[in-house]
Design a protein around this ligand. Structure first.
Ligand SMILES: Cc1ncc(COP(=O)(O)O)c(C=O)c1O
Length: 401
């Protein structure tokens, strides 16, 4: 009704298909494999209660007050330590910036870095909300195929060369190297180093999203690309959403001071600072070891759920399908026989009582029409098997028509 009043930028905004989907399934007998929520069993509720009480007793003057834009100084120091536990060294408080979830970090940095038409490398598929945040800047996406081992680096280098030969350099790559959302893939340490070498060689930035770096439940979590960065070329972000609680809305960035300064200017116009109370709670959670002590439980729960989902997929999915076998995170990604369009099939799946996210939403060019993302962290164990069974029936039905 009031469209004529909207700015041209707002007109480029797209609603999240995941959110639209969740709305469709609300209150119905639908097993949702569509969402991306942590299992509430992983929230350390009693510890957070105790910490909150202590914070309000000991620091209420600061925890309920406005604070500095880059984050509370003592908290940033703790974030230096937490980042070091992921193998990132040579940083101090000046390299840390606290954000309202890592989503705000993505949004701010894409706005700080990207102009219309800039060449941006993205994985195909990649995180939907990052794509949407980038889309509002109207960049030129260069998609790189994700294989079982992460982005295909030969294809990547070829595309970077092509782009340079056409006189348009690549500015940035947005990448999720560990337990990728949606693909569930994890890059090897070797590939991480090689990607950084390519970035150095062709002079582009790497924006590394390590949302699931602490959530590897099989084998060791490889060090982030930032751990190999000697010149500040890698901007790193991670989040408390998967290791403590998403409701606190806390994320952080590790980056060269030059980027941190720009973020400070930008955030002053957005929301002044990240909620002080959340920062104090997370700071105490790190100091008291609540996060580190809770990680084994989170990993155990997610591994068990991944196993249940994988077993159901192996049992029920028709021939001609393939899927990832994630070593961490919350998602499995599946490729169905070419004939199937998962966006079109969704309505039938919902009728059978199961929801998923059609994979096309995770591709910058909306390809991947025969793919889907399946979440195993949130549904209950019994729902995982039944959900996959219903989904497999839908797929078989679709194949037979
Ligand atoms: C890859 C990735 N990055 C960033 C986010 C944003 O999370 P938050 O804003 O809660 O930190 C998510 C959430 O699902 C994600 O999967």
């Amino acid at each position: 009704m009031f469209e004529r009043f909207l700015s041209s930028e707002t007109k480029y905004l797209r609603t999240s298909e995941i959110r639209d989907l969740l709305k469709l399934t609300e209150g119905k007998n639908v097993i949702s494999l569509a969402g991306g929520l942590p299992d509430p069993q992983t929230f350390p509720v009693e510890e957070i209660k105790k910490i909150t009480e202590d914070v309000l007793t000991n620091y209420s003057d600061k925890a309920l007050q406005y604070t500095a834009t880059p984050g509370i100084s003592e908290f940033r120091k703790e974030l230096v330590n937490l980042s070091k536990s992921r193998g990132i060294s040579g940083i101090d408080e000046k390299n840390i910036f606290v954000t309202v979830g890592s989503q705000e970090a993505l949004y701010m940095l894409f706005n700080i870095l990207l102009d219309t038409g800039d060449n941006v490398l993205v994985e195909a598929p990649t995180y939907l909300a990052a794509l949407n945040a980038m889309r509002s800047r109207r960049p030129n996406f260069i998609s790189v195929t994700v294989t079982e081992k992460g982005p295909d680096l030969n294809e990547l280098e070829r595309k970077v060369k092509e782009s340079n030969a056409n006189g348009k350099k690549v500015k940035l790559m947005y990448v999720i190297p560990t337990a990728q959302n949606p693909a569930g893939t994890t890059m090897s340490t070797e590939d991480r180093k090689r990607l950084l070498e390519i970035a150095v060689k062709y002079d582009f930035l790497i924006f590394e999203d390590d949302a699931y770096g602490f959530l590897v439940f099989e084998g060791e979590s490889p060090p982030p690309i930032k751990a190999f960065d000697k010149e500040g070329r890698v901007i790193y972000t991670s989040t408390f959403s998967k290791i403590l609680a998403p409701g606190l809305r806390l994320g952080w960035v590790v980056a060269h001071e030059d980027f941190i300064k720009e973020m400070e200017l930008y955030k002053q116009n957005v929301d002044l600072h990240t909620p002080s109370l959340s920062q104090y709670i997370a700071m105490e959670a790190i100091r008291r070891g609540v996060i580190q002590n809770n990680l084994p439980k989170i990993r155990r729960i997610y591994k068990e759920k991944r196993d249940i989902m994988l077993e159901a997929i192996e049992t029920y999915f028709p021939k001609g399908s393939r899927w990832t076998r994630p070593v961490g995170g919350m998602f499995i990604f599946a490729w169905l026989p070419e004939k199937i369009d998962t966006s079109k099939m969704l309505e039938k799946a919902l009728q059978r009582g199961v929801a998923y996210v059609p994979g096309a939403s995770f591709y910058a060019d909306y390809s991947g029409r025969n793919t889907m993302r399946l979440n195993f962290s949130f549904p209950k164990k019994e729902e995982l098997t039944e959900g996959i069974r219903r989904l497999a029936e839908t797929i078989k039905q679709e194949l037979s028509t």
